[in-house]
Write a protein that binds this ligand. Sequence first.
Ligand SMILES: NC(=O)c1ccc[n+]([C@@H]2O[C@H](COP(=O)([O-])OP(=O)(O)OC[C@H]3O[C@@H](n4cnc5c(N)ncnc54)[C@H](O)[C@@H]3O)[C@@H](O)[C@H]2O)c1
Length: 413
Amino acid sequence: MSLGGKVWITWTRKTKSNYVGKIILAAALTALCILMLKQSPSFNSRSPFSNHEPGVTHVLVTGGAGYIGSHAALRLLKDSHRVTVVDNLSRGNMGAVKVLQELFPEPGRLQFIYADLGNAKAVNKIFAENAFDAVMHFAAVAYVGESTLDPLKYYHNITSNTLVVLEAMAAHGVKTLIYSSTCATYGEPEKMPITEETPQLPINPYGKAKKMAEDIILDFHKNSNMAIMILRLFHPHVSFFHYFSLSVKTQMARLGEAPRPELREHGRISGACFDAARGIIPGLKVRGVDYKTPDGTCIRDYIDVTDLVDAHVKALEKAMPGKVGIYNVGTGRDQSRSLLRHVRRLTGVNIKVDFLPRRPGDYAEVFSDPSKILLELNWTAQYTDLQKSLGIAWRWQKLHRNGYGTSVTIADS
Ligand SMILES: NC(=O)c1ccc[n+]([C@@H]2O[C@H](COP(=O)([O-])OP(=O)(O)OC[C@H]3O[C@@H](n4cnc5c(N)ncnc54)[C@H](O)[C@@H]3O)[C@@H](O)[C@H]2O)c1
C-alpha cells in the first residue's frame, strides 16, 4: 500500500510538473508567435502607412526634417498626400517635423521615422513595413565649402546612400523617384544660361557626388520600368511658405530656415545676411572679388523655396513609368547684387561687408535656362519678387529668434 501510495504521489508530482512545463511552453510559444507577427509587415495591416490606398499617394520624403524637405512635406500634405519623413536629424530640425505634426495630426497623414540612410538594413526594414508609392529623395549633406574639406563624407552620404535608397526601391517595387540634384553638377560652364544639355563637369566633391548619384540612377533606369525625375536645383534663397493665410496660429507654425550654429558659416547668403542684421555674426563675408563678372563677385540664380517645392510636386504628377525627366529648376535671373540691398532696407541695418579671397570649389556665374521645365512640366517660378519673399523670411526670423528652439543634437553620419 505504502509503496503503491509513493508511486502514486511520484506519478502525481510528475504529472503536475509536466502540466506546468506544458503551460510554460505554450506561453513561450504564444509570446514567440506574437513577436514574430509583430515583426511581419502584415501584422501592421491596420496602419494606414503599410497599405496602399486608392487615390492616396504615399510619398517617402527623405531628409524631410531639413530645409527643402520639410517644405516639400508640407506641400504634399496640403495636397492630401500621405507622407513618411525619414531623417537622421544630423542637419534637420525635429522642430520642423513637430510643426507638420501639429498641422496634420490626423491618423495616416504623416509619420516620422528616425533613421540613417547609410544603414541599408534599417532602410530595407522601412520599405518592408511601409507601402510607398513614390520617393522624394532630399536627404544629403549639401555645402560646397564643407565638401572640399571633407570629401569622403559627401561621397558616402550622397552617392552611396542614394544607392541604398535605389536598391530598397527596386527590392520593394516602389516605382517613382524624384531626385533632388543640383546645378553644382554643371561645374563652371563656358556658356550661360545653363540648359539641361550643358555638359556636366562638376568642380567640387559636392557636385561630383551628386553627379555620380545621378549616373547610378540613370544606369539603373536602363533596365527598369521606374518613373524617374531628376531636378537640378539652383539656389534657394529664402525659407518662406506661401500657402497659409496669416492667422496667428499658422504664422507661428510656418516653417523657416534654422541651420545649426556650427553650419552657419557654410550656409545660404540670405541666412548670413539675417544673422548679420541680428548681430549673431559681425558682418557678411563675400568670398571672391576677382571673378570674371561685372563687379568681380559670384552671380547666382536665386529661387524661392516655395517654387522649388512646386517643381517637385509637378514632377511627381508628370512622372511616367519607364521614362526619365531631367530639369533645371531656377528662375533664369541674376538677383545676386540686389539681395544685400533688400536685406539692408528690410532690416534697417547697414550690414558690414568683408571682401575675402575666393572659397575653394566656388564658380563665377550660375544661372539657368528654365524653358524645358516650362514646356514639359508647365512649371515656372512664381515668387520672383525677392524683396517680398525676403520680407516674410525676415518676419519668421524675428518671431523665431531661437530657430525651432529644439535641443536635439545628434552627430552627423
Ligand atoms: N540648399 C541648397 O542650396 C540646394 C541647392 C541645390 C540642391 N539642393 C539639394 O536639396 C536637398 C535638400 O537640401 P537642404 O538645403 O534642404 O539641406 P538640409 O541640410 O536642410 O536638409 C537635408 C536633410 O537630410 C538629412 N540627412 C542628411 N544625411 C542623412 C542621412 N544619412 N540619413 C537620413 N537623413 C539625412 C538631414 O538631417 C537634413 O534634415 C539636398 O539633396 C541638396 O543637395 C540644395
